[in-house]
Design a binder for this molecule. Sequence first.
Ligand SMILES: Cc1ncc(COP(=O)(O)O)c(C=O)c1O
Length: 394
Amino acid sequence: MRLSKRMEKMQDRELLRLMELAEAPDMISFSGGFPSPQTYPIAEIKEALTEVLDLHGYEALSYSSTSGYLPLREKIAKRMNKKYSMQLSAESVIITSGSQQGLDMCGMLFIDKGDIVLCETPSYVGALNAFKAYGADFIEVPTDNEGIIPSELEKILSEYGERIKMAYVIPDFQNPTCRCWTAERRRAFMNIMKDYDIAIIEDSAYEEIAYEEMDRPSLISLDDKGQVINCGSFSKIFCPGFRVAWICSSESMIEKFLLLKPNIDLSSSSINQRMIDVYMDKFDLDEHIGKIIELYKSRRDLAVSTMKRCFPPNVTYEIPKGGIFVWISLPQGYNARELLQLALQKKVSFVPGGSFYTTSGKENEIRLNYSNMCEEKIVKGIEILGGLLRDFLK
Ligand SMILES: Cc1ncc(COP(=O)(O)O)c(C=O)c1O
């Protein structure tokens, strides 16, 4: 069969293979970016679902409106307004089937073949692959622990100008590094970007998984030009299986997404949206998020203290202040893909950092996920990795 040209760019099966391997029952997997199923509130979900079916069964099992279930959109707008002192209305929100769909729609909306997308270095491979399918080229903007470096951003913008259509950023507890941009960098970024006709995609998938208080204004709350498209999700703060997420932006931008959405899936799942809406009426989502944070924080502490005990001193990492990953650097010249082969033989998996770069191809880093594994396996897996690292780095 003659496949589309875009499939030429979709040949990289490495991550898929790794995720399949990671699912083997005897594997200690630090690979996925998954929430812990232990946090899923099954009893409460049952109660909410029963209420939805009893009271609105026919509507819940029908198609939803394209924009999504109005009471849920109102709740999302209200949460954003409360957190960031904004004044969004439900018309500024569209429900998507996972924020992955939101990201894909951003690609569809903005990217023509050869357009440039700016991204952090490194960045979330799922978004990069979605944009790649529309023919995007990428420029990685040099990024440090505080976020994108403003002077580097300015250089790139002045050099590539018109070809840049979109900037894709994850300011809160980024995947894969778990970096969190400082408030100063957020302001500097928006200040520079406001002079350019470039859409800013702010991916907030991990925004609520914060272990400590920090001043973190969302980019959309700093936007007075209607430039920011904020993608949020219930996946990490509730359950990914419902595939319910949202895009917030100016009303005129949301209208553009409304033109695309029916062509993709007609509407997001009606019953899942209503279930989450009723859950939020009957139970306290913030309290639930608090429990998730408590669990992940204790797993982070355990992962970090085990790494301190078992990893050679020339292996470095920042302690994450939120999110679900630790980003680990081996000394220059060592290749994490080679280490992975050794780890897989010992039934331990992780994602080599090289998978998260579009152009710069650094190979000495590791993304290690700690949210989705019991304490015993975290310790055992890191002890095994520590033993391997001591030999590998000799
Ligand atoms: C940064 C980032 N954005 C978006 C997504 C997609 O999330 P969703 O489950 O809402 O589609 C993920 C998933 O892990 C992610 O890490």
